[in-house]
Write a protein that binds this ligand. Sequence first.
Ligand code: 5GP
Length: 207
Amino acid sequence: MMNFNDEIFKNLCVVSAPSGAGKTSLIKKISSHKNISVSISETTRNPRTGEVDGVDYIFVKKSDFELKIKNEQYIEYAQVHSNYYGTVLDSVVQLLQKNIIVILEIDYQGAETVKKQLPQSRNIFVLPPSLKVLEKRLRERATDKEEVIQERMKNARIELSKAKNYDYILENDDFELAEKKLLAYVLDVNMDVDEKVRKEPLIDKNF
Ligand code: 5GP
């Protein structure tokens, strides 16, 4: 039986952001560090063009996902944009036990669940410079239909309202700077609680 008080969970870092904020690119950059691994979530949504099963996500059937919920195999799961997304507990623990820092790239619902169960874990919110920039990035990505973009913008506003609940808020305006800050935060497992709360001001933001 897993002990959720275990010290190993200090090495668990949750990163959230509205889609289009640049979270995935930032995480991809820092994941080349030898001591960092990014957990691959399971999802019931269809793969987007170019996405690879087992790399971007593990794509599963809804019935399989629901069975795993019943068997308590997810450390957290949530319904986002009408699909299930979840993190398998076993695979995360296996990495943490090897002293590897594990990043969970998950939404605010999952972040809340993880923090409640594992207060020693750390969480980070990546802010886009503004909602306008966010919408522009979603359109430039051009992988989604208009109604999907509108749904993502609606969800983005909900996500952004949760930013203040995170230990650390990072603005992704200058990519290289954001990458440096994210890496420093993720690697700094021994910061005490006060130091962890290094929020950048949320004022003057165009949301
Ligand atoms: P997308 O469909 O754009 O890849 O992801 C949509 C949202 O689902 C993003 O906010 C992403 O962070 C979130 N997400 C991805 N994997 C998980 C997961 O395992 N758990 C939770 N709670 N959210 C996830």
